[in-house]
Design a protein around this ligand. Structure first.
Ligand code: A2P
Ligand code: 11C
Length: 338
């Protein structure tokens, strides 16, 4: 059986990768519709050896598609995802627009695949934030085995999480600085080249940034556990693709580093690279970029805390953090529901 699929935001960083992942995984596509703003209408994009013309989202008739993979930004999804759902097109939305609505499922296929069934209420499934997805994939086996009391996490996030204009800003600033030319930060509030910026998204009333609070809210929703405590610091670093995270957890029952390593080696979607030698750990550029797994290394017991475990977790934020997770949700939809 084949499905008619609309990719909304097809010309963006995530949309382009959704198309690659659909091709790589041989998603059973009947008709494919590529949608973006009026600015891109008429542009041609190759998919599976055939050229497709980008159409204007505003005038598209969603009754032609059964599945909509959305990544056009939250304010656009807010308008068009419900419109698509009303026309019978089930939406998997990559933006933060619907994630915190009680009647919209928030899904990481390796963690809470069953939640997909909740799409029936509003016809929309939300894809979590990239930094939450990779953390959940790495922590779920530990959560199931011994419980998790508290998560302390510091992120090191790539500029591709912001979009194409941020990738350009890192390129331009780096080149200009190396040529001793002046720079002017535009996308980020401070220089991103050769720097680290402890702000991702806007500030909230409690002094945390929205990216940090997304990790708190989404972890509780995905694990269906309001009691799990999350204390995040989200940092933007001059990396193009791949988010890294230093995760420090306190478990409910004691678990050893060796047991965590064994659990994670058996976990689908996880690759463990954890040797106590030079380079015996994953990094964004050398391992994660342009691949789908979540990589875990530096697994060790916390020497300051009885039931503490430390992990280094890396994944491609545009793939597993966005496009790949979206396509995996669509695969669950067609396997069990549509
Ligand atoms: P366009 O290329 O026509 O602007 P990114 O996150 O990489 O910036 O990508 C955003 C994606 O969302 C692009 O495909 C972009 O299309 C699309 N998009 C942005 N604004 C709109 C809009 N008003 N209507 C439809 N698509 C939009
Ligand atoms: C970043 N996490 O790295 C953001 C990008 O809520 O989907 C994804 C924003 C979101 O900048």
């Amino acid at each position: 059986k084949k499905y008619n699929v609309a990719v909304v935001g097809a010309t963006g960083a995530v949309g382009e990768t959704i198309l690659k992942v659909l091709e790589e995984r041989s998603f059973p596509i009947g008709d494919l519709y590529l949608l973006a703003s009026a600015r891109s209408a008429g542009k041609r994009i190759e998919f599976n050896g055939q050229w497709h013309t980008v159409e204007d989202l505003e005038t598209f008739d969603f009754s032609k598609a059964q599945i909509g993979l959305f990544s056009p930004g939250a304010s656009i999804s807010a308008v068009y995802a419900p419109k698509a759902a009303a026309a019978g097109c089930v939406v998997v939305d990559n933006t933060s627009q619907f994630r915190y609505d009680d009647d919209i499922p928030l899904v990481v296929p390796e963690v809470n695949p069953g939640a997909v069934a909740g799409y029936k209420t509003r016809g929309i499934i939300a894809n979590p934030n990239c930094s939450t997805i990779q953390m959940m994939v790495a922590l779920k086996p530990i959560y199931d085995a011994v419980g998790i009391e508290r998560i302390n996490v510091a992120t090191y996030q790539a500029v591709s999480g912001t979009g194409k204009e941020a990738i350009e800003e890192l390129v331009t600033q780096t080149a200009n600085l190396l040529n001793l030319k002046p720079i002017k930060p535009e996308v980020y509030p401070k220089q991103i080249a050769f720097n680290c910026i402890p702000q991702i998204d806007v500030f909230m009333d409690n002094g945390y940034t929205k990216e940090e609070m997304k990790m708190v809210w989404e972890t509780k929703k995905i694990l269906a556990d309001e009691t799990v405590l999350v204390n995040p610091t989200a940092v933007r670093v001059p990396v193009f693709y791949g988010h890294s995270e230093a995760i420090h957890i306190e478990t409910k029952a004691k678990i050893s580093a060796a047991q965590v390593r064994e659990l994670l080696i058996k976990t689908e979607g996880v690759v463990v690279i954890d040797e106590h030698k030079d380079g015996g750990y994953p990094t964004a550029v050398s391992d994660a970029a342009d691949t789908n797994p979540v990589y875990v290394g530096r697994i060790r017991e916390d020497i300051s805390c009885e039931k503490g475990i430390n992990l280094w977790v890396v994944a491609d934020n545009v793939r597993k953090g966005a496009a790949t997770n979206t396509v995996q949700i669509a695969e669950l939809l067609i396997a069990h529901h549509l």
